[in-house]
Design a binder for this molecule. Structure first.
Ligand code: C2E
Ligand code: CA
Ligand code: CA
Length: 658
């Protein structure tokens, strides 16, 4: 669950970053505003100081002075008046210090006797020119070498005028605390309001970002779910399925239970989609997903895509228990279901692979379950476990695949021919072409050693082309002495190729062989894989004169009605039934009914695997038309056939015939 867990964590980190980042501008704003307020308070302090100084000048100092130049000093009465007034003002705390200066800046009166010998300072001269100079500072700031340390004061220089004439300068130091008290009385409240406002702003921002983060997190979780689930059924998708398989295998590696991976694929789902429409197809998938979820309980079910579902089952320990569990699941899936009022009977094929026997990585297990599923489907087996021999990609088989390709190119393959005789006359009417591989190291190999691989890898197409070409050429080589037909076996995969009929007709034309001399032996499975396509391919071939034999009949479940629609010439009863028909009554019954059925449909009946005279006699009794088997001849090399034909005939039919 790596990606899912990481995303909410990154969302919280995002939120924390946002909270901290938004604190910085809010604090900066607070500092700027606070500083502005403080400067503003200072200015108001100054102007209050100026106002107090002006009041003092006009009401207390100027009335004590006469209109004369103070450069020559004060008159005694003036000094006395100033002293009395300033002493009182200092004692009441109204002022800290008061000086009177002449217009040249010289101090002519000082309430505390300081500064009498000082030179004129700039502020005093500015005030002498009519300006008011004020500053918030500390007492004796200029004189103190360690920096300002005295009490805080408002220092004001302002001109003194008597009778409209500027006579000197008032230098007064007002205690700042009372002024500050006045101006900062509002400031405290202002700071509090500012703090509150900023806090509210900050909380608001945090709330907005919190809710945005929440939404983001929910979206992230939704996206994570979507990325790992199928939108239609809500089941885990292939990615999540794969990860769960990996996790389950890790768990098994640490001593946990082994697992089985099953792949379930619907048969003919395309038909449902095509005939009932996609929305009904979707409804079917949703319902099947629901059934599978119920069926597997705690185990995982996923939609791997299309009509394919994946299951992870904990190993039941017993192979039979696992198989029957899967068979139960298949039964459940196949229960009739009503879609838009129509009853539908879904059919499914299940392939499975068990760890560690059938693979120990997620990829191999999945691939092997897939191989098994295709096997189950093509053989109509319902539920099939992976078998190593089925797998094209098994490394030991890979070498064989390469060798087989080469074998076709270098004519290492050889054809043997087995005669088919008409039972009533004993006449040899055809030979079946059976392929062998003259392997340089392993000697003569029979089809079961290499055909399955050829069929899985697609090599079967070139193999069949080679067999057709060789067999038809052989007819020409035998020439007039051997007037038989040749029967060639066709695999399901050959028949499914769109250009199959063309290939066969071209092969006939290339060798100038009449189409009537070619018989194609096709199994039920091959017809079933894609019935419509198979039927149309056969019709084209039959129209050209080629004859068709239904091989290995009796094993599958070809429906009678379907059989009757096919352009067949003969039905070959599977040798499994023929070989033991004298020992097994049910097999004997099958042989009898196949003969009747085929005759009713107008087909000839061939019995293969005829090994004994007794069997031949029984077949004769049942009315079977053609016999093939070791009793007559084993498959033989082409060169042996003319001699054999000259020497042999079907053994005389026993006397049991009426
Ligand atoms: P099949 O089409 O059923 O061929 C008959 C098989 O039964 C042959 O096996 C033949 O040797 C064997 N047989 C014939 N008479 C008797 C008998 O009296 N008793 C017993 N027990 N067996 C008998 P073979 O040659 O090993 O071929 C096996 C299968 O391989 C064939 O079964 C056919 O399905 C496939 N096959 C053979 N040649 C070709 C080919 O060229 N192309 C394709 N696609 N398949 C081929
Ligand atoms: Ca055959
Ligand atoms: Ca057969």
């Amino acid at each position: 669950m790596k990606s899912q867990a990481a995303t909410p964590r990154s969302a919280s980190r995002l939120f924390a970053t946002y909270v901290i980042a938004s604190l910085v501008p809010v604090l900066a704003l607070g500092l700027v505003l606070a500083d502005t307020y403080r400067q503003d308070a200072n200015e108001r302090g100054l102007s209050e100081g100026q106002a107090e100084a002006a009041l003092l000048a006009h009401t207390a100092v100027e009335p004590l002075l006469d209109a004369h130049d103070l450069r020559n000093g004060l008159q005694p009465a003036e000094t006395v008046g100033l002293k009395r007034m300033s002493n009182e003002a200092v004692s009441t705390g109204e002022i800290v210090r008061l000086r009177v200066r002449a217009l040249n800046g010289k101090v002519v009166y000082s309430s505390d006797g300081t500064g009498l010998n000082d030179t004129a300072d700039d502020e005093a001269l500015d005030a002498a020119h009519g300006e008011v100079v004020a500053d918030i500072t500390r007492l004796d700031a200029d004189d103190n070498p360690d920096g300002p340390q005295g009490i805080r004061v408002a220092e004001v220089y302002r001109p003194l005028s008597v009778n409209g004439r500027r006579v000197g300068v008032l230098e007064v130091y007002l205690p700042y605390t009372p002024i500050a008290h006045d101006v900062t009385a509002g400031l405290g409240a202002l700071y509090r309001d500012l703090g509150l406002g900023l806090a509210v702003l900050y909380l608001l921002l945090a709330a907005i970002s919190l809710s945005a983060t929440r939404r983001l997190r929910a979206q992230v979780a939704r996206n994570a779910h979507l990325a790992e689930h199928d939108a239609l059924t809500g089941l885990p998708n292939r990615e999540l399925f794969h990860r769960r398989v990996v996790e389950a295998l890790d768990d098994a590696a640490r001593g946990g239970p082994e697992i089985a991976i099953a792949v379930l694929d619907l048969d003919r789902f395309k038909e449902v989609n095509d005939t009932l429409g996609h929305s009904n197809g979707d409804a079917l998938l949703v319902e099947l997903g629901r059934r599978l979820e119920v069926a597997v309980g705690d185990d995982t079910v996923a939609r791997l895509g299309g009509d394919e579902f994946g299951l992870i089952l904990s190993d039941r320990g017993d192979p039979r228990a696992l198989r029957s569990a899967l068979q139960d699941i298949r039964q459940l899936v196949q229960q009739e279901i009503e879609i838009s009022g129509l009853p539908i009977a879904p059919e499914a094929s299940i392939g499975y692979a068990v760890s560690p026997t059938d693979g120990d990585t997620a990829d191999t297990l999945l691939q092997h379950a897939d191989v098994a599923m295709y096997d189950a489907k093509s053989a109509h087996r319902g539920v099939a476990r992976y078998e190593a021999v089925l797998d094209t990609y098994d490394s030991s088989k890979l070498a064989l695949v390469a060798e087989l390709r080469r074998a076709i190119a270098t004519d290492e393959l050889v054809m043997h021919y087995q005669p088919k005789a008409a039972i009533s006359t004993g006449e040899i009417i055809a030979v079946e072409a059976l392929v062998r591989w003259n392997h340089p190291d392993r000697g003569l190999l029979y089809p079961d050693a290499f055909l399955p691989i050829a069929e899985q890898t697609g090599i079967i197409d070139s193999l069949t082309r080679w067999v057709l070409a060789t067999s038809l050429a052989q007819l020409n080589r035998w020439g007039a002495g051997v007037e038989v037909s040749v029967a060639v076996n066709i695999s399901a995969r050959n028949l499914s190729r769109p250009d199959f009929a063309d290939g066969v007709l071209d092969a006939l034309a290339a060798r100038g062989v009449a189409a009537e001399r070619l018989l194609l032996e096709i199994t039920e499975t091959a017809l079933f894989a894609d019935p419509d396509h198979a039927a149309s391919t056969l019709r084209r071939l039959v129209a050209a004169g080629v004859r068709i034999s239904l091989d290995d009949f009796g094993c599958g479940q070809t429906s009678l009605s379907y059989l009757s629609t096919l352009p067949l010439h003969e039905v070959k009863i599977d040798k499994g039934f023929v070989l033991d028909m004298l020992a097994d009554r049910s097999h004997a019954a099958i042989v009898r009914s196949v003969v009747d059925l085929a005759h009713n449909l107008g087909f000839e009946v061939v019995a293969e695997g005829v090994e004994t005279e007794q069997i031949l006699a029984a077949l004769t009794d049942l009315g079977c038309d053609i016999a093939q088997g070791f009793l007559l001849a084993k498959p033989m090399p082409a060169a042996a056939l003319p001699g054999w034909l000259a020497a042999h005939q079907l053994p005389a039919v026993p006397a049991s015939i009426p």
